[in-house]
Design a protein around this ligand. Sequence first.
Ligand SMILES: [Zn+2]
Length: 324
Amino acid sequence: MIRPIILLVVPASLFAQAQPVPQTNAKPGWQWTMDTVNTVVNAVRAGRSLQPKAWPNGARVAVLLSFDVDNETVALRFGEPTVGSLSQAQYGARAGLQRIVNLLDAHKIPATFFIPSVSLALTPTMADVIKKSGRHEFGVHGWIHEMNSTLPDSVERRLLTKALGELTTMTGTKPTGYRAPSWNFSPNTLSILRDLGFRYESSLMADDRPYELLQNGKPTGMVEIPVEWILDDAPLFDPRGDRYSPPREVAKVWMDEFDKAYDEGTMLVLTMHPHISGHRSRIIALEQLIAHIESKGAGKVWWTTHGEAAEYVRKQANLGGPLP
Ligand SMILES: [Zn+2]
């Protein structure tokens, strides 16, 4: 893919998740034919909207909270971790996760936890913390937060197969959803997800509403639950970056996103990380968001997991299972 300039303007905080763009000998787009443009754009693209006519029980909006439990894997994946970076990341497992789960469980709010397999293997007790309420979902987030978008098919496939198997063993349930560690696809990612039987995907950004993914212009039966950098805690909460935002201001951005989702009857999908949002001064942002959402009144909001939402919109749209 051709994105040679982007990293020059991305704050350092994004390097933890954004894809490093390989330098290639690719022709710039202005030398392409329209056929080439269409082929590239249609490789993976948003298809029909899966926005349902109504949410369950008359709710006006769906709210899907997700936590990417990266912990040490972001420091490990490039093979050059430092003791300091590992310790900062371990905060997610030791302190952040429990604080977040306590808040969710106090409000009886379900959430989805996308976990790299190695992250859970390093601190297996996280599974019990997450499972305790019986409300939360586990999703796949790579094996070691690998840069899946840059890997050859055989390596990406092997790591994802291993991650799915290990997460199933460690949590006792087989995850149905995937979130790419780099929020990006290789040319093979969608085919691998279909081959492994995933029912939804949550890494792309083409809409506020759920939609079906197309591959080479054809429907796949794969539900996309879209994310956005606006709705991610990592870019705004890096104290070493040049765009650090006070958590109470971040909460306002999230509240504005929620208010529009509420008015439009769509959904709010928020991504956070235990090692980032789990800190004392930052959990305030999530507390304030929850209070704001709950102020709409009982029954107005469908708090749900990504997996439940994906199955609901699939059923409402008469969408079959993912097609092999
Ligand atoms: Zn991640």
